[in-house]
Ligand binder design. Structure first.
Ligand code: HEM
Length: 171
């Protein structure tokens, strides 16, 4: 019974509004993830260090670090682009698998575990930047994007933690 109730309470992905947020706003200007990464790194030095951890050899000066972070932002943007424009979001099994797999991949980045709060901060920053730079998005569109981000985050975390159980890292 509890499982059935949880199923009905869980907000469903609003595909139409997710596509509007992506195609009519984020994709148009192509600055969203650059701003997200820039803001995350400015606010939280530990996140910045974690993001640079798998590229330490290419990030010896501030300009090189900025370059590494900017190309990370581009790769994250491509990930979302593929989920939405290749219509992976329309197939929940496939969507889950893509997020789970990219989460698993994160277990290979850096020497230390990423704190759970890093993932939450990532989601919050993606929401903050959306509200700030795309003020014409409606409340319903923002809500749809938020549910989507939480979904991506949750499934990435599942993959990340499953992979860590094989690969014991310090906290
Ligand atoms: C919902 C949250 C997140 C999303 C959607 C996300 C997405 C991605 C994507 C798509 C990639 C590129 C993978 C590739 O090209 O092979 C990536 C790489 C990476 N992410 Fe995340 N990520 C998230 C959270 C985090 C967190 C919390 C951290 C640590 C603070 C982190 C650190 C990294 C690092 C270090 C790389 C590899 C950079 C490199 O090798 O150049 N990510 N992430």
């Amino acid at each position: 019974m509890g499982l059935i109730l949880a199923y009905f309470r869980k907000p469903r992905l609003d595909l139409a509004r997710i596509r509007i947020v992506w195609c009519d706003h984020i994709c148009e200007e192509d600055e969203y993830f650059q701003k997200v990464i820039h803001r995350l790194c400015k606010r939280n030095e530990a996140i910045r260090a974690a993001m640079l951890s798998s590229n330490a050899q290419h990030a010896e000066s501030e300009a090189e670090e900025d370059f590494v972070l900017s190309s990370l932002a581009d790769r994250i943007s491509t990930f979302f682009h593929n989920l939405i424009e290749d219509d992976i979001i329309a197939n929940e099994e496939e969507l889950k698998r893509c997020c789970y797999d990219i989460g698993r991949q994160h277990a290979a980045y850096g020497k230390k575990r990423f704190k759970i709060s890093f993932w939450e901060e990532f989601t919050l920053t993606m929401m903050n930047v959306l509200e700030e730079i795309y003020p014409t998005t409606t409340k319903e569109e923002q809500k749809a994007w938020h549910v989507f981000l939480r979904y991506v985050n949750e499934n990435m975390l599942d993959g990340y933690h499953d992979a860590l159980t094989y690969n014991d890292k310090p906290t």
